[in-house]
Each structure stands twice: as structure tokens, then as C-alpha cells.
Write a protein that binds this ligand. Structure first.
Ligand code: SAH
Length: 414
């Protein structure tokens, strides 16, 4: 028994010979990582798995199709004894020991001069986890700890604040529909690395509670406007902070470019010479119906979906939507920012030819604790919204996919 912990080291194997004795599943699992490290791998084994044979055929490894001989260790830097035969592995480690070459044992760690850690890579680092003693060597525990560390790195919980990416600039992060679980891995990481976070009302606010205490948090609803509109004030703010050398995250609900005015911010950054990147978000017209169990497309039912902003009514001079054309479409129609104008939009669609019995679902507060779905038809939409006291934010889904999800509520089609 050896009570000393192992001494960790990163082997730089580029161009160096590594010997793998055995060609089974252990070898198959380890060879790719050795190749990724640049090692020159020789496999010695009478038989190998098809995957190893393929690597030999393509010339990525050398394969000696025979039993191990002590002299195989000559000229190698590192040896892995991975046969399923204890005595054969023992012979490999003895030959390695006498030549002072480190040797890993797949069968018996206590008899090995080196151990393979649980390994993973993320954010430019290699994470390797080893148990301290052979007596409590527990590969599953090491792998679980490695997974926790990798997850922390990916999600930004482990950000090593003094060494994080500090390049000044603006990152537009789409936060998804509201549930903090539905932000992307890249979005979460950008948030945790930011110096300044400028957050919208609809951005997943729970994530803001996880920001390091040093992060400056700006709530857009509270930005003083003065002689600027809200959007101009936001553009000014993100540009000014980035020019001060800060890493700024502009944090929005859904996706920044779906009725999010994100591109105005991109243009403002470009005009000021500020580097700007975008992390897409799960957009609510797609995500919210899905959360409510409504498929935005369904085989045999619809070959299209159309997303329309209903923030101005159909006959308004600012409206850019051709409702007559929309009414002629037969697929799924998703209305956003449309609670106020829902009745007028439903009327315009019926006037344009859509059936008053067309199924409609209004999904309010998607992904939030208060999420609920109000069902209606184009004919009853206005009165249902009033009767159920529907408030924004809501996604209104119009079309046969609503019947697919709620056959009990609607009469069969046709
Ligand atoms: N950029 C956002 C949309 C901003 S416009 C995105 O990509 O999702 C705001 C509108 O989005 C709201 O009026 C509502 O129609 C919709 N919306 C956003 N989040 C929502 C949610 N969690 N539940 C229901 N509707 C939502």
C-alpha cells in the first residue's frame, strides 16, 4: 500500500510514442484522447475492435497483430496495459517498470505507476480529477466531480473572475421566454462574465440574482430618458460603458432580433466602433406554444407558420402587415404583442376569408409560474380575452394546430 497521493502532471505527447497493449473496449475509449494529444500510438494485440482496426487501416495508429513482448516498451514514453488478462497486464507493467516508463493498468490501479484521471475540456482548460489514494480510488466519483466542474465552467458558475474574458464590447444575449433554465449555455456564460448587465423587463430576471456582486446591473425601465427616447438612451448607455473598457451584456427576453430592437443596438455599436456579438435566444413565438403543448407545425396539418406583431391594429397607418394576405394563408399564425388589438385582428382575418371557427390559443406568461392557456375561436377571441382578463405578455396561436393539441375543446375539423 502506498499512502502518498499521485503527483499530477500534464503529459505533452506530441510526436511521442505511446504503447497500448490490448485492443478491446478500454483501448478503444483511450486511443482517441491519445491521438488528440498528438501521441504516436502503437496498439499491440492479437485482436482489436472494429473501431481500432479502422484507425489502423486509415494509418492513424500502428497495430502489431500479436502478443506483447517486453521489447515493445523500448522507445516509448508511456504505456497502457489494457488487456483483459491480469498476467499479461502484469508482464507489461513489469517490463515498463524496469525500463522506467510510466505504465497505466486497466485492471489493477494498485499495481500501476500511473493513473488515468477523469478528463474533460471546457473554456480553454483541461480538467483532470484523481482520487488521492489507491485505497479509495473511485472512478465514478472522480467522473462525477469532473462533470460538476465542467458544468460550472459551461454555465459560468465557475468563472475565475480575475481570468475571465474581459475584452471590452457588447454582447446581445437573448434570454428565452422567462424561465432561467431556458437561457443558452453561451448566454449564461456571457452574463456571468459581464462587467455591466443592461436588462429588459421580459428578460429572465431570476438569472440576475446569480450575478457576481461586482456586476453593475442596469434596469432598462429605470434609465433616465431626458431628451432621448428609451431606445436612444439604451444605445447611448451600452456604447458609453463599452468605450470605458467594460464588457457589457444587453440582456433581453426571447431572441434579440425578434421584435426586440436588437439590431438598432448593433448599428449603434458599429457606428461607435464598439465590437458587438450576438447570442441567440429561444424566441417566444416558437418556445411558448411548445411549452403550452401546442405544436407550431404538425405533419399533414400545416406547411408554414407566420409570426406577426400586432402592436398596431390592422387599419393603422403605421401597420406594415398585409392582413388580407395573412388571412389567405392556411397555416399557423402566431400573434405577438397583440392582446390589445386581438379582436380587431381576428375581425380582419375573418373579413379576409378565415373561418370564424378557426381554433385560437392565448398562452399568457409562458414558462412563468403563472402560465395559463385561454382557448377561443377567431369568432370569440375578443370576448374571451376580456372575460379571462388576459394581460401581456401573451402569445396568440391561430390555426388547426390548436385543435390538434386540444381536440376536446373544439369540434372536429371539416
Ligand atoms: N424578443 C422577444 C419578443 C419581444 S416582443 C422574443 O423573441 O420572444 C414582446 C412580446 O413577446 C410579448 O408581447 C408577447 O407577445 C411575447 N412574449 C415574450 N415572452 C413571452 C412569454 N414568456 N409568454 C408569452 N408571451 C411572451
Amino acid at each position: 500500500m502506498d499512502a502518498h497521493p499521485p503527483y499530477p502532471s500534464g503529459l505533452r505527447l506530441t510526436g511521442r510514442r505511446v504503447l497500448m497493449v490490448g485492443g478491446g473496449h478500454v483501448a478503444q475509449r483511450r486511443v482517441p484522447a491519445l491521438l488528440a494529444s498528438g501521441a504516436v500510438v502503437t496498439v499491440v494485440s492479437p485482436e482489436v475492435t472494429p473501431a481500432i482496426e479502422a484507425l489502423a487501416d486509415s494509418g492513424e495508429i500502428a497495430w502489431q497483430q500479436r502478443a506483447f513482448e517486453d521489447s515493445d516498451v523500448d522507445g516509448t514514453w508511456y504505456v497502457i496495459a489494457a488487456t483483459d488478462d491480469h498476467d499479461a497486464n502484469q508482464a507489461v507493467s513489469m517490463a515498463s517498470e524496469s525500463r522506467r516508463v510510466f505504465c497505466v493498468r486497466a485492471d489493477d490501479a494498485t499495481a500501476a505507476s500511473a493513473w488515468t484521471p477523469a478528463v474533460g475540456r471546457s473554456s480553454g482548460v483541461t480538467v483532470a480529477v484523481l482520487s488521492n489514494e489507491e485505497s479509495n480510488r473511485d472512478p465514478q466519483r472522480s467522473a462525477a466531480i469532473r462533470d460538476e466542474i465542467l458544468e460550472g465552467l459551461r454555465e459560468g458558475a465557475i468563472a475565475a473572475p480575475h481570468h475571465r474574458d474581459r475584452t471590452p464590447g457588447v454582447v446581445l444575449v437573448g434570454g428565452g421566454p422567462g424561465d432561467p433554465e431556458l437561457v443558452s449555455v453561451a448566454g449564461r456564460k456571457a452574463l456571468m462574465q459581464a462587467d455591466v448587465v443592461v436588462a429588459d423587463r421580459l428578460a429572465p430576471r431570476e438569472l440576475l440574482g446569480e450575478l457576481p456582486s461586482t456586476t453593475e446591473l442596469v434596469d432598462v425601465a429605470k434609465i433616465p430618458r431626458g431628451r432621448f427616447t428609451a431606445q436612444e438612451a439604451i444605445n447611448e448607455l451600452i456604447v458609453a460603458r463599452a468605450l470605458e473598457g467594460k464588457r457589457v451584456v444587453r440582456f433581453k427576453g426571447g431572441d434579440s432580433f425578434v421584435f426586440g430592437r436588437g439590431y438598432e443596438e448593433v448599428l449603434a455599436c458599429r457606428a461607435a466602433g464598439v465590437p458587438v456579438t450576438v447570442v441567440p435566444g429561444l424566441t417566444s413565438p416558437v418556445a411558448v406554444p411548445a411549452l403550452a403543448g401546442i405544436p407550431i407545425t404538425h405533419r399533414g396539418i400545416t406547411h408554414e407558420f407566420t409570426v406577426v406583431s400586432g402592436h398596431v391594429p390592422p387599419d393603422h397607418h403605421d401597420s406594415l402587415v398585409d392582413y388580407e394576405a395573412v388571412a389567405r394563408l392556411t397555416g399557423t399564425l402566431v400573434l405577438m404583442m397583440a392582446v390589445e388589438n386581438a379582436a380587431a385582428i381576428a375581425e380582419a382575418l375573418v373579413r379576409g376569408g378565415r373561418d370564424t371557427a378557426t381554433p385560437v390559443a392565448v398562452v399568457c406568461d409562458g414558462s412563468m409560474p403563472a402560465e395559463r392557456t385561454v382557448l377561443a375561436t377567431l369568432g370569440t377571441l375578443g370576448e374571451q380575452i376580456a372575460a379571462e382578463r388576459v394581460r401581456a405578455p401573451a402569445i396568440i396561436v391561430v390555426g388547426e394546430v390548436v385543435r390538434v393539441a386540444h381536440p376536446e375543446y373544439f369540434a372536429p375539423h371539416g
